[in-house]
Design a protein around this ligand. Structure first.
Ligand code: SF4
Length: 369
């Protein structure tokens, strides 16, 4: 089974971010934690009955989970401990922002069973960090990695971003090389996307920023060259890992296993139904504490929806897309991809993209649907 916990709070809102998040303002944290525990309890039956595959994972995302005080996190984990096997999880991940925690705090996280921290670093260049509206400096980001390693955190991910206006290939190269030197065992390298309702999207619409797909491809290829040469495996379009450091939680999403999401804005998929919790934290707290479940919407995930999602997500992985998800009329395309050296079919009957094919993943997925 897989459990996702959404902590929607951030000290400051980054101008490119489209996640559901806000400043804590006057949120009553004690009530918020109580509501999360209540929702988890209510969904416990689904949690234990859901088709979760062979792994069990717990993932705190946001927002900024590292803003939670030890007391609040400790109380929540006491409740979750009764519902999921915290001692034997394959992954217990926590998203954190650099410079928002101490080594002592990391030791507390370890005592809870946490085995992976994902750091929102984005860049190791001071000018780019300012442009992104980030609060930390490159030095603080590197110091945070060091602290996590010193406190014995087994797995550390760094989120990095490319194709940022004003970034050059040489700035991106320096960030990648510094990240490799820092020694994290996982790196997520994302192309900046301009999501609606963000400051960046508005300035793109006003013509103050421009997008160039050819340039994006150069950033993508540079990341692949540097990170693979450093011994990391490019196991998903945006993800690189050392041996044993892949994220089972994310792999469960890509493979289409059921998962439960708790918290405002969280999504669950259980037995062919997708539930989306209210994106209003006050409403979330009130309705969950009154009724046991938050206000949420639901929609069926049909067999066709499921098939299309697998094409979009599994094609991005190095395990590839099982051919069983393709309709007969799409099969002739495989020969074309093979002859253009964009993809191979594995012995396990999966379509695996390679070379330029990895860059064209979205176009190929659209063609195969
Ligand atoms: S990018 Fe991260 S820190 Fe910035 S607003 Fe979004 S969730 Fe918060």
């Amino acid at each position: 089974m897989h459990l996702y916990v959404h902590i929607p709070f951030c000290h400051r809102i980054c101008p490119y971010c489209a996640f559901f998040k806000h400043t804590p303002a006057s949120t009553d944290m004690k009530l918020f934690i109580r509501a999360l525990a209540r929702e988890a309890e209510f969904r416990a039956a689904a949690l234990s009955a859901s088709r979760g595959g062979e792994t069990s994972t717990l993932y705190f995302g946001g927002g900024t989970p590292s803003m939670l005080s030890d007391t609040h996190l400790g109380n929540l984990m006491e409740s979750l401990d009764r519902l999921i096997p915290v001692d034997s999880l394959d992954e217990f991940s926590f998203e954190a922002n650099p410079a928002t925690f101490t080594e002592k705090k990391v030791r507390f996280w370890r005592s809870l069973g946490m085995n992976r921290v994902s750091l929102g670093v984005q860049s190791l260049d001071a000018r780019i960090l300012r442009l992104l509206g980030r609060e930390h400096t490159p030095e603080q980001a590197l110091r945070s990695v060091e602290m996590l390693h010193n406190a014995g955190m087994p797995h550390v991910n760094m989120d990095l971003m490319f194709a940022i206006p004003g970034q050059s290939l040489s700035v991106w190269e320096n960030t990648l090389r510094e990240a490799v030197r820092a020694g994290t065992d996982h790196i997520s390298a994302y192309n900046l996307t301009y999501e609606e309702d963000t400051e960046f999207f508005r300035s793109l619409s006003r013509g103050e920023k421009i997008q160039d797909p050819d340039e994006d491809a150069a950033y993508f290829e540079l990341a692949e060259n540097i990170l693979e040469a450093a011994g990391m495996r490019h196991y998903e379009t945006s993800n690189y890992a050392r041996e044993g450091a892949r994220s089972p939680h994310n792999m469960a999403y890509w493979k289409g296993e059921d998962y439960v999401g708790i918290g405002p804005g969280a999504v669950s998929t259980i037995d062919g139904v997708r539930y989306s919790n209210t994106r209003n934290t006050e409403t979330y707290i009130r309705t969950t504490l009154e009724n046991g479940l938050p206000e949420s919407e639901w929609e069926p995930v049909t067999a066709e929806d499921y098939r299309l999602e697998r094409i979009a997500l599994m094609l991005r992985t190095d395990e590839g897309l099982p051919l069983k998800y393709l309709l007969p009329e799409a099969l002739p395309l495989l020969e074309r991809y093979r002859s253009l050296e964009l993809a191979d079919v594995s012995a396990e009957q999966c379509l695996i993209l390679k070379g330029r094919g990895r860059l064209l993943v979205d176009a190929i997925a659209a063609e195969l649907c």
